[in-house]
Design a protein around this ligand. Structure first.
Ligand SMILES: [Zn+2]
Ligand SMILES: [Zn+2]
Length: 175
C-alpha cells in the first residue's frame, strides 16, 4: 500500500485496507518457518504530517498459523497489534537519532511515496512470539515414543539420566 507524500497533510486521514501476506509467507518459509499467514491482514490507521515527520498510527489485525516448537502441531494465533510509526525524510536524519533508532518505531522515507507494506511486515514480525508455542504449558512430544503428551499418556521412562548428568550427580554424592 503506497501513499503519496503530498497526500499526507496536517489533518489526520483514515485508511483501512487489507495487507496481502504472500511476500511474508515466502520470507517465513525460508527461515525457521515458525508461522504462516493464511489470509491478508486488516490494517486500520490514521496518518498525518507533523512538521517533517509523517505519523502512522493504528492497528494490525489478522491470524497466523504457528507451528509449535514442542509438539509440532499447528495452532492459531490472533494478531491484534497497535503500532505508532514515525517516518523522517531520509536527508534529515540527525546522528543521534540514527543511534537510538532501535528503541523507536522510527523509519525513513525518500521519494514521493511511502510504502506501508514493509512497515506493516516489520510491525507484524515484531509482534510475533520469539518461540512458537501452542501453549506456554505445552508438554511436547515424548522423546522416546513420540506421542503428543498434551493428548496422550505413555509409560516411557523419560527420567533416564544423561550419562554426563549421572556423572555429575555421582560427583555431588561424594561430597
Ligand atoms: Zn505444542
Ligand atoms: Zn513415550
Amino acid at each position: 500500500m503506497k501513499i503519496s507524500v503530498y497526500d499526507i497533510k496536517d489533518e489526520a486521514k483514515e485508511l483501512a485496507y487489507d495487507e496481502p501476506t504472500d511476500e511474508l509467507n515466502a520470507l517465513m518459509a525460508v527461515g525457521a518457518h515458525d508461522f504462516d499467514f493464511p489470509g491478508p491482514l486488516q490494517v486500520n490507521l490514521i496518518y498525518y504530517r507533523a512538521g517533517q515527520e509523517l505519523v502512522f498510527q493504528g492497528t494490525l489485525k489478522g491470524h497466523a498459523t504457528g507451528h509449535c516448537a514442542r509438539c509440532l502441531e499447528d495452532f492459531d494465533l490472533e494478531i491484534d497489534r497497535p503500532f505508532h510509526c514515525i517516518l523522517l525524510p531520509h536527508s534529515q536524519v540527525p546522528a543521534e537519532v540514527e543511534l537510538e533508532q532501535e528503541d523507536l518505531d522510527l523509519s525513513y522515507y525518500s521519494g514521493e511515496h511511502v510504502d506501508l507494506s514493509p512497515l506493516m511486515r516489520e510491525q507484524l514480525v515484531l509482534g510475533l512470539p520469539t518461540q512458537p508455542l501452542c501453549d506456554d504449558r505445552c508438554r511436547g512430544l515424548c522423546p522416546k515414543c513420540g506421542v503428543n503428551r498434551n493428548r496422550e499418556h505413555c509409560d516411557c521412562d523419560t527420567h533416564v539420566a544423561d550419562p554426563r548428568l549421572a556423572a555429575l550427580q555421582g560427583l555431588k554424592a561424594t561430597h
